[in-house]
Unconditional design. Sequence first.
Length: 341
Amino acid sequence: MTGDRPTGKLHLGHYVGSLRERVRLQDSGDYEEIFIMIADMQALTDNADDPAKVQKSILELALDYFSVGIDPEKCTVFVQSQVPQLCELTFYYMNLVTVSRLMRNPTVKSEIQMRNFEKSIPVGFLAYPVSQAADITAFKATCVPVGEDQIPMLEQTNEIVRKFNALYGEVLVEPKVLLSKNKYCLRLPGIDGKAKMSKSLGNCIYLSDDEKTLKEKVMSMFTDPEHIKITDPGKVEGNVVFTYLEAFCADEHFKMFLPEYSTLNELKEHYRSGGLGDAKVKKFLSDILNYILSPIREKRKELAKDPTRIYKLLERGSKRAEEAAKRTLDEVRRAIGVCYF
Ligand code: TRP
C-alpha cells in the first residue's frame, strides 16, 4: 500500500524514488494485492484554502500513474476521500497517540517550519500521521514503498498498531517500509544541486516536460564549479549530472548514445582524470532521460484525451478499496467493542 498527495505534477524524484519501484513490484507477482492511494484528504491538511488545486491534481496524478505503467488491472488505484472507513479508523487511532509524540515526528516538525505553522497548527495537519496510519492499516498492508522522508510516518504507524493490538487484541498488521536499493534514487537532488527536487524550489524536471524543456534543464544543471576547461580534472561527487546518471543510466544506454564508453565507471574515471567536457556528459544524460520519458509523455497525452475513463477507473478502485477497508473496520469495531445492535 502506498500513495501520494495530489498537489501538482510528479517529477523525476517521484519517478526514481517510488513510481518506478511500484511498477517493478506490480510486475514481480510477489504481492497478493496492491493499493495505491491518491491522498486528497491529506493534501487538504495543508491546502484547506485551495481545494481547487487538490481537485485538479487528482486527474494529473492519476495520469502520471497510468502513464508510467501502473496498471489499473493489477493495482487498486483509489481516492482517499471516497473511502470513509479511513476517517473512522483515524478517529479511533487518535486516542492512541499523544500531541507531544506528533510534535516530535521529524517529518511533521520540518513541515511545520516550512509552512510557518509554528504559532497556529491546524489540528488536521498535526493529525495527518494518524490518518496515514489508518490508510496503511485499513488494508493490512505488509509493505509500504515510499521515499526516505516517510520513514517517521511508518514508525508512527507501527507504534499505533502495537498499542491497538495490545489494548484490543491482535487485529492490525505492522507494515515494513520498502526503500529503493539505489541510494541515488532515495533523494534525487534538484537540477540546481540543492538537496531535494521540489516544486517550491523550482528545480524540478517533470514527467510531463517536453523534449525541449528537458534538454534545457539538463544543460543548465549544476556540475563541478572547478571543472572549467575540458582538460581540468572533474569531481563526480555532488555533481548533479553524475548523480542523475547513477539513478537513470543502464549499460545498454552506452551502446545507444555513447558507444565510446561501456560503463558508468569508465565515464566517471575519464571525467575525474580530465579531458571530458560537461556538455558531452549532459548530452548523454539528456538522451537517456528523453528515451525514458518519451513513451511516458506519449502515453500521458493519449490518456489525457479521455478524462472520463480515468475517473471511472478511480471510481472502480475506490469501491474495491472500500470493500477491503470495510472488512478491517468490522474487525476493529468488534475488537474495541463498538457494536451494540
Ligand atoms: N504522506 C504521503 C506523501 O506525502 C502520502 C500518503 C498518504 C501515503 N497516505 C499514505 C503514503 C499511506 C504511503 C502510505 O506523499
